[in-house]
Ligand binder design. Structure first.
Ligand SMILES: *Cc1c(COP(=O)(O)O)cnc(C)c1O
Length: 384
């Protein structure tokens, strides 16, 4: 059956964004694409093959569940890294499939070694150290225990990475905090060097760090939001623009376009109300288009009576409340609009564009929040 909306993903935009990140960090560091939350809503099964076409074969996710989705979509030689929750019951399958995972708890490493011995296959681990984010991360004591265990079991543990995560490096106001994290991370590195334990990959940078502070790229960057064409924050954008002087290029391009079509058209007389309740009253005779999606499809209710969509390249303002599966827009000024015509919710149509940020400004959501919540049921298609 046809779904009520569709998401198109642009391969050329993705290639452009990956190339931009590549230019920022230089040739040496690897790019690991963070595809948690269904690839920030872009859709893992469609998006992973596109990433591979763009030359990326290292993927990071937040859970073992997501790792398995990526495993299904990726080619056999791809590398997959779990940065968050990995339940004990899944350890055997994860190690068996050769996937990599963060260790932020000594007990997890103990279990991993047991299973590795049983399988006759090493566990591929990234040690996450606590540098000041204070979410997950090994304390010095836990790290020492991990090192001891790894030295005892060199054939059962591959020391793939030493990593940490910045606590908000996208805001310059957090700079003192993130700088201290970087210092602590380097202390861990030299400590391990003294212990003759060196990882294959040192990695700490997210999108904002990779773009704004390329010296944090080390051996690998974990790029999330920027690969999809979004700036991590106004600070990072402004920093980049000021560095570039007057050159007016647009180095990041939005990958996603979200579309639907007109389901019904209504003539509404002056003084009539539209939709539920009394939130919108027609101030004149109006022509209104009904669209077949609503907040259950990821279109925020907070856009009620705010924001707009594009029809025939023109802005059609939202009138009335966003319902669970429907909402209405004013098309009085677009007489050529007909049943079944294309409606752009996010993206470009003729000379007009609806950016995700114009959308989220109205709804007070983060860019990440809006896109990552786009329902998995909406079909995704790859475009050139
Ligand atoms: C989400 C995440 C990233 C990517 O962050 P972006 O700001 O989207 O680039 C990197 N590292 C970790 C540990 C993450 O959880």
């Amino acid at each position: 059956m046809k779904h009520t909306s569709i998401i198109e993903l642009s391969l050329s935009a993705l290639k452009n964004n990956i190339n931009f990140i590549r230019r920022r960090i230089g040739k040496e560091a690897k790019i690991c694409s963070v595809v948690k939350a269904n690839a920030y809503g872009h859709g893992i099964s469609t998006y992973i093959p596109m990433l591979e076409k763009a030359g990326v074969k290292y993927f990071a996710v937040a859970s073992s569940f997501e790792a398995d989705e990526v495993y299904e979509a990726a080619s056999p030689d791809a590398r997959i890294m779990i940065m968050g929750i990995l339940y004990d019951r899944d350890l055997e399958e994860i190690i068996g499939k050769g996937m990599e995972f963060y260790v932020f708890h000594y007990d997890k490493l103990v279990k991993a070694v047991e299973i590795a011995k049983k399988l006759g296959k090493p566990a591929k681990v990234h040690l996450e150290v606590e540098t000041g984010c204070n979410r997950t991360g090994l304390s010095q004591e836990d790290l020492d225990n991990c090192i001891k265990l790894m030295k005892k079991n060199p054939e059962w543990v591959e020391f793939v990475g030493l990593c940490t995560h910045f606590a908000g490096i996208e805001s310059l106001s957090n700079h003192f905090r993130t700088t201290r994290q970087y210092v602590r991370y380097k202390e861990f590195l030299s400590y391990l060097k003294k212990k003759k334990m060196e990882p294959e990959l040192r990695h700490i940078a997210c999108s904002a760090a990779a773009i704004a502070f390329p010296d944090t790229a080390l051996d690998m960057v974990r790029v999330g939001v920027a690969q999809f064409g979004f700036w991590p924050s106004p600070d990072v954008y402004n920093l980049y623009i000021s560095e570039q002087g007057n050159r007016r290029e647009r180095p990041l391009k939005r990958v996603i376009t979200w579309k639907t079509d007109i389901m019904d058209i209504k003539h509404v007389q002056e003084h009539e109300f539209i939709g539920y309740g009394t939130s919108y009253q027609a101030q004149r005779d109006m022509r209104v288009a009904v669209l077949p999606l609503g907040y259950s499809n990821g279109y925020s209710r907070s856009l009620s009576n705010k924001g707009y969509v594009l029809i025939h390249g023109r802005k059609a303002p939202i009138v009335g409340l966003i319902n669970m599966n429907l909402f209405t827009v004013d098309i009085t000024h677009i007489p050529e609009a007909q049943l079944g015509d294309e409606v752009v919710l996010i993206g470009k149509q003729k000379n007009n564009t609806i950016s995700v940020s114009s959308f989220t400004n109205f709804s007070n959501q983060l860019n990440n929040e809006l896109i990552s919540r786009l329902p998995a049921a909406i079909p995704r298609v790859a475009k050139v």
